[in-house]
Design a protein around this ligand. Structure first.
Ligand SMILES: [Zn+2]
Length: 361
């Protein structure tokens, strides 16, 4: 009988500790990310970043150190051109097949053309999911053809919002085009300072433009390498902006990838069975991303490093990390569900945290 009070207190302490632990883990699991910026560097090859190294690409290497990355991600299996791959990023679908988004064109669409009319079914995007949940969206592009997304997700072409409060059919709150990327990022950061968009996409054309003019030339001071170091400078500008903006500091994630690589000899990137065309980088940085992770290492049960291969969607092997993972990753970081109709990262299982977290899952 004498032992009862200490036993009772020990039990009480254990119960208290259990709940404190539970609360801590719940608090840790809640995403801190309130803003996701998806940056597409058109035609960026990962070996160009490695060629520059930490000294000449300090901002890419800041992401590698503070975030998660792979230099062996993949484009769509069948297409290694711009609009089809950006549509993969935004919709979480491949290009062809029953579940594909079906946009194979790469020219500037005409008025009246849009993703849904082409597919003869509504193609939902990350803009739909974010907007229907009451969040603000934007697209800042350096190629005119990205008007495809404004044509597909405006107040006439967007679908009705059946999710909670009606936020209307215009899924893309702001669309802006400027082919001069220095001006584009200035306009974008000024716009973010006024409206800190929850989900936004920035498209940067420079590596692709340099590659088409002079080839994807991995040599000191080549036009292509200079364009890649400009990408690094732009990412640095975003770090400066995020680090000094009270609304976005500590709450903003960056996802950076590319739509395709490219070749020196041909100055093109259209052949989809060419390793230099289908190999792209994928970087994630933000408050919910653990530092210094290689993405295949922290996703052993859901993704596999494809080495040199181009893996089909219907392969027996685990899928590689693709640019098409970006849309659903952005949604999961914002605490939102997967894009309806998506097939890439539709389980939102691309892990960007430390390895033991991956094993727990
Ligand atoms: Zn492109």
């Amino acid at each position: 009988m004498k032992n009862n009070p200490p036993k009772f207190f020990r039990l009480l302490i254990s119960v208290c500790l259990f709940f404190v632990g539970l609360l801590c883990s719940l608090a840790q699991d809640k995403n801190k990310t309130e803003h996701v910026i998806l940056i597409s560097c058109d035609g960026l090859r990962p070996d160009a970043v490695e060629f520059l190294g930490e000294k000449w690409a300090p901002n890419f290497y800041r992401i590698i150190k503070e975030g998660a990355h792979t230099h062996n991600a993949r484009t769509d299996f069948n297409y290694t051109v711009t609009l089809p791959n950006h549509t993969c990023m935004l919709t979480g679908r491949g290009v062809v097949g029953e579940s594909g988004h079906a946009w194979i064109e790469n020219g500037t669409p005409k008025i009246g053309q849009m993703l849904h009319r082409n597919k003869k079914a509504y193609i939902a995007s990350a803009f739909d999911v974010a907007h229907d949940h009451g969040l603000k969206t934007a697209l800042f592009s350096s190629k005119e053809k990205f008007v495809l997304y404004d044509l597909s997700y405006n107040d006439r072409s967007g679908r009705p919002d059946t999710q909670g409060k009606d936020n209307g059919k215009d899924k893309l709150d702001h669309y802006h085009f400027n082919e001069k990327t220095e001006e584009l990022i200035k306009t974008f950061t000024e716009s973010l300072a006024k409206t800190p968009y929850d989900f936004s996409m920035l498209h940067l054309r420079d590596p692709d433009t340099a590659g088409h003019a002079n080839g994807w030339d991995i040599q000191p001071k080549s036009v292509y390498i200079s364009a890649v170091s400009k990408m690094d400078w732009i990412i640095g500008k975003f770090f400066d902006f995020i680090d000094t903006n009270e609304q976005m500091k500590g709450k903003t994630a960056l996802i950076i990838t590319a739509d395709h690589g490219g070749r020196l000899e041909t100055k093109t990137h259209t052949k989809s069975d060419e390793k230099l065309n289908y190999t792209i980088p994928f970087y994630v940085w933000g408050p919910d991303v653990s530092a210094g992770n290689e993405l295949y290492k922290v996703n052993p049960s859901s993704r596999k490093d494809p080495e040199d291969k181009n893996i089909k969607y219907e392969s027996e092997e685990l899928q590689p990390i693709r640019n098409g993972d970006a849309g659903n990753l952005a949604m999961s970081m914002l605490g939102l569900p997967a894009i309806d109709g998506s097939t890439i990262n539709s389980k939102q299982d691309l892990n960007v945290k430390a390895a033991q977290k991956a094993e727990e899952n």
